[in-house]
Design a protein around this ligand. Structure first.
Ligand SMILES: [Fe+2]
Length: 364
């Protein structure tokens, strides 16, 4: 399925999920084939975007068959990076990271009320440009080779958080709260010393202690704002862990806010898979494996398993380099061992779950 804005709906498209109004009333049921009246009805409820079954619009199907077929000998990620959609997305996310920097610094330096609607609006535009939940990881996976910093990271966490919330089938109003929490979660970093933020060797214990104050200082910035409490809680709780091993309060289990539990997973995934000053990005499959190994103790099982089971599917058809140097394409995800899929190398299939010591080293 893909996310389509109300203004781009066409007759013949099929709804892939129920459509709800802003006050959570059911507007239209999943499976409805859109006609002129139903499109008007969706627009009249000010619904921003809806999920549509892929290829459910006849004109779209015929168009896609008329275009040139992709060259399957070129690695998937290379095809993504060379696409005009990626160029547009990359330019826009960089522009929006700059804009977010200005907005967050403005919030820090003035008493102006935070306008959540205008803050989250660019995230929805980026999601739409990426082709919705099915396309956003194609874009983000290929952006991670570029060094990024606080504001790009915050945008990524908002995009990933929004997507997790959608996969969890939360209401649109809750998805917006998660999105805003993603954008604001690291607002305290605007007050951290530049030299610590840009340090290209690991932080000392003392520096780490200072850096950890970004959660409490961030909370101080937004605590008196008239915004949803889940957003404020996410700012102060996104480094807590369910087993009590996090900071600042070593909260455990159900004392951690439900939105913060989503931001925690989005934050860690983006952090580990992105380029940082003192290290290269980790391969997403290494991160998925680490989540599978110890994630259920530290993260909300519902959030984590929803995220992992969906995200591995975004890597199907990606070309990978295995730890023995061979290159192949991911063809099947093993639901019991998400980090060990079936890989096709030339005309041979390698089941990583059956191959001890063999793993995915890099997505290429
Ligand atoms: Fe943080």
């Amino acid at each position: 399925m893909k996310l389509v804005t109300a203004s781009n709906l066409k007759i013949g498209m099929v709804l892939a999920s129920n459509v709800y109004s802003l006050d959570d009333q059911l507007v239209m049921k999943k499976g409805t084939v859109l006609d002129e009246d139903s499109i008007q009805k969706i627009k009249s409820f000010s619904v921003y975007n809806v999920f549509i079954e892929e290829g459910s619009n006849k004109s779209e199907v015929s168009q896609s068959h008329e275009g040139p077929l992709p060259d399957l000998t070129i690695p998937y990620s290379q095809r993504i990076k060379e696409s005009p959609e990626f160029a547009t997305f990359k330019a826009d996310i960089e522009k929006n990271a700059d804009a977010l920097k200005n907005k967050l610094q403005y919030i820090v330096n003035s008493d102006i009320p935070v306008n959540i609607d205008s803050l989250i609006d660019p995230v929805y535009t980026l999601l739409e440009e990426a082709g919705g939940t099915s396309g956003i990881f194609d874009m983000l996976n290929n952006l991670h080779i570029y060094n990024d910093e606080v504001y790009m990271h915050s945008l990524n966490v908002a995009l990933i958080g929004n997507t997790i919330a959608r996969w969890m089938r939360l209401k649109e109003s809750q998805i917006e709260i998660v999105t805003a929490a993603g954008l604001l979660h690291d607002i305290g970093k605007t007050l951290m010393p530049e030299d610590l933020l840009n340090k290209n060797v690991p932080l000392t214990e003392y520096e780490e202690k200072i850096m950890r104050t970004h959660v409490t200082r961030g909370y101080e910035i937004i605590k008196d704002q008239k915004i949803d409490e889940h957003i404020k809680n996410s700012v102060i709780m996104h480094h807590e862990r369910l087993d009590g091993s996090g900071y600042p309060f070593r909260l455990s289990g159900n004392r951690i806010d439900e939105v913060a539990k989503i931001i925690m997973v989005a934050n860690v995934y983006d952090d580990l898979t992105s380029m940082r000053n003192n290290r290269k990005p980790l391969c997403p499959f290494k991160v998925i494996e680490a989540f599978e190994d110890e994630g259920l103790r530290k993260y909300d099982p519902d959030v984590l398993m929803t995220f992992l089971s969906h995200i591995v599917n975004t890597f199907i058809a990606n070309r990978v380099r295995l730890s023995n140097g061979l290159e192949g394409d991911i063809v099947f995800i093993n639901p019991d061992h998400l980090s060990k899929p079936l890989v096709k190398v030339k005309d041979k299939y390698i089941d990583l779950n059956q191959s001890d010591n063999l793993f995915i080293e890099e997505i290429i």
